[in-house]
Design a protein around this ligand. Structure first.
Ligand code: NAD
Length: 427
């Protein structure tokens, strides 16, 4: 694969930070549920936060020290669970927000986990594979005291993949003296990964997108979609939407965007990205400014890149009927209010992109059982859970006149609070 030059797309200016957005969503849920200040304080603080320095011996013999984080937001419903992100934008506050959203996601989908997230502030494209391996192994050894199959289970996120998970599993296993497949999910299949895990988030996004389209009275076949981000989530979301008969008219990545009103050939585009490293330059499409993708007149918009891309500065120009949040936190709280008043239906991240954690849970169960499920079992159970959550969030939203995000957050916060109440406060 040819690595591209400097990214052509910069992050959209963030009007509120991810942590401010996450805290505001929690505050609204706590107020709506009538909980007291003490409960709010318990839910708003991370249970554990670990900041580590990662000294790296570079290939040229020099030494560099990177900053890494692992935040466990809540562990009342089970072991902490959440991805590991490699990106130059990673900060402790970003990881705190992402960990909190994981808590709500696991509770909403009723998987027996709390929420966590990890991150290292680095641009993985600037490091060789041996350097990335050394970074990952040293980070793992630094956070070793707080991870484990019953403690905290990392998974891939932006900038990490199944190879990263294999290194974490190996480092952890060496420290224990035996193989521990349940310490991570999103592993390679040959190391105990689950069939269907790699595409699970995207499958879940498409289950929610098609349910939302039908709910709005729009036929899926022939509907139009635009997708921001062509990574682990965006690429398969585009593929599955196209398989359902939707026209994926535009996609973007950090280098640029492409458009074809007749619908992009996703398989050909995926092959182009495998060769060149970007959607840019794909033959059967027109190039256009990447940030304009969000404002296209389509039935479904899937932000599947980074947080804060729909903000008060552009929310009023969003023309999609439905926004399905493949990414975590793509819509700021100000933008949320603007979209709601303009009648744009937003399927929130903690529901829409939960497919990944659902199949991570299945992978962990398979690791604990030392037994592999068939792909069709994984996919049927995933669909069942996604559609059940979609139905319950819609029902709650209708019954209490809430947005889907407010309804989803309240349902999740209520479940976590119930776990706190049943367990009691020690000592
Ligand atoms: P990835 O690193 O595989 O892909 C990210 C994609 O976004 C790349 O195509 C990149 O070029 C693009 N991108 C980055 N900045 C951009 C910008 N400003 N404009 C347009 N494109 C941009 O990451 P991923 O795993 O696909 O994760 C994407 C989002 O989905 C993140 O918010 C992540 O937290 C969330 N998510 C991922 C999973 C999962 O299973 N991987 C599960 C749930 C949620």
């Amino acid at each position: 694969m040819t690595l591209l030059q400097t990214p052509a797309v910069s992050l959209a200016p963030q009007h509120t930070s991810a942590l401010e957005d996450a805290q505001a969503q929690l505050a609204e849920a706590v107020a709506g549920l009538g909980y007291d200040e003490g409960t709010h304080a318990m839910l708003s603080k991370s249970r554990r936060e670990l900041t580590v320095s990662i000294p790296l011996r570079r290939d040229d013999g020099s030494t560099q020290v990177l900053a890494g984080y692992r935040v466990q937001h809540n562990i009342s419903r089970g072991p902490a669970k959440g991805g590991l992100r490699y990106s130059p934008q990673v900060t402790l506050d970003e990881v705190r927000a992402l960990a909190m959203w994981m808590t709500w996601k696991c509770a909403l989908l009723d998987v027996p986990y709390g929420g966590a997230k990890g991150g290292i502030a680095l641009d993985p494209r600037l490091y060789s594979t041996p350097e990335l391996e050394r970074i990952t192994r040293r980070y793992t050894s630094e956070i070793l005291p707080i991870i484990g199959p019953q403690q905290d289970i990392p998974a891939p996120d932006v900038g990490t993949d199944e190879r990263t998970m294999a290194w974490i599993m190996d480092t952890y296993s060496v420290s224990q003296g035996h193989t521990v497949p349940g310490v991570v999910t999103g592993k390679p299949l040959s190391l105990g990964g689950s069939l269907g895990r790699a595409s699970a988030t995207s499958r879940g996004v498409v289950h929610i997108a098609t349910a939302a389209l039908r709910g709005e009275g729009i036929a899926v076949a022939g509907s139009t979609a635009a997708i921001q981000g062509f990574g682990k989530v965006g690429r398969d979301a585009a593929r599955f939407l196209a398989q359902e008969g939707a026209l994926v008219v535009a996609v973007s990545d950090q280098y640029g965007a492409i458009h074809n009103a007749a619908g992009l050939d996703i398989e050909a585009l995926a092959a182009h990205v495998d060769t060149t490293g970007s959607v840019v330059g794909f033959g059967s499409a027109d190039a256009f400014a990447a940030n304009d993708l969000l404002e296209l007149d389509v039935d479904v918009l899937v932000p599947a890149a980074v947080e804060g891309v729909i903000h008060e500065g552009n929310a009023g120009r969003i023309r999609a009927r439905i926004v399905v949040e493949g990414a975590n936190g793509p819509t700021s709280r100000d933008a949320d209010a603007i979209l709601a008043s303009n009648g744009v239906l937003v399927a929130p991240d903690i529901l829409a992109n939960a497919g990944g954690v659902i199949v991570s849970y299945f992978e962990w169960v398979q690791a604990n059982q030392s037994y592999r499920w068939e792909a069709r079992d994984v996919e049927a159970r995933l669909e069942e859970r996604m559609l059940a959550a979609w139905a319950s969030v819609n029902e709650h939203a209708r019954a209490h006149d809430l947005t889907l995000r407010a309804a989803a957050t309240r349902l999740a916060v209520a479940r976590v609070t119930e776990a706190h109440r049943l367990r009691g406060l020690y000592p």
